[in-house]
Design a binder for this molecule. Sequence first.
Ligand code: JET
Length: 273
Amino acid sequence: MRVDVVSIFGEYLAPLSLSLIGKARAQGLLDVRVHDLREHTHDRHRTVDDTPYGGGAGLLMKPEPWGEALDAVLADPPGDAGGDGPVLLVPSPVGEVFTQAVAVELAAEPWLVFACGRYEGIDARVAEHYRSRGVRVREVSLGDYVLNGGEVAVLVVVEAVARLLPGVVGNAASLAEESHAAEHDGLLEHPAYTKPASWRGLEVPAVLSSGDHGAVARWRREQALRRTARRRPDLLARLDPARCSAADRAVLAEEGYVPDAHGFGPAPSPVAD
Ligand code: JET
């Protein structure tokens, strides 16, 4: 997979040389190229920002350096780009939420281009222009908070995507088994324990040493359901009641959730108010 990143702070992308991502690059599974937006300015101050039309606080990124920088990146496709060209990803607080499902989609692409905004963001015509040229532009948000720029979001997206590429993570089973995989019904993963059996007065739950694989599976499912109900009730709304056993329903009822039109929602209050 080829990844191009355009940024005014390329040093921020240095972690892409470390750990599994760095190894994937060294093995030729991932080709990451970082480009300096300021190389595409032409004034003595290498200006990339300007004041917003309509007023307001802060500065925006000017469209011209972005147009030049992205044109230069697009003019140098990887050999295996296919016919569709890259996906242009723009980290943004107003983007679609970046989820594991998005990571899976992106992992199937041969070429990703990232545009890192700074200040109050990039002139909106940049995304509009590349869309009108047929580029698949996706503004992506990591969540409901604001970063100083897109660079840290690029680190997150590249890590989430690259670890799905064949050969990057050793054990394919460990990929399929983790939280948010479809195999887990969209539930959070159960808690996990390793040796020693007793640590600082805390014991590993006895069922995990029982050798009863059915009991272990039931305990893990119950823990996953309780944890999801307490921490991420929004995920329960997407749980298919048809895939829930009577035992599952009993656990969720204890946590205050009952089947509704979509998945599971809060049990109706017993008292009308
Ligand atoms: C972010 C990502 O803050 C986030 O992304 C970086 C950022 C900061 C400020 C402006 C900005 O503009 C992007 C843009 O897109 C067209 O203009 C991007 C928060 N959650 N996920």
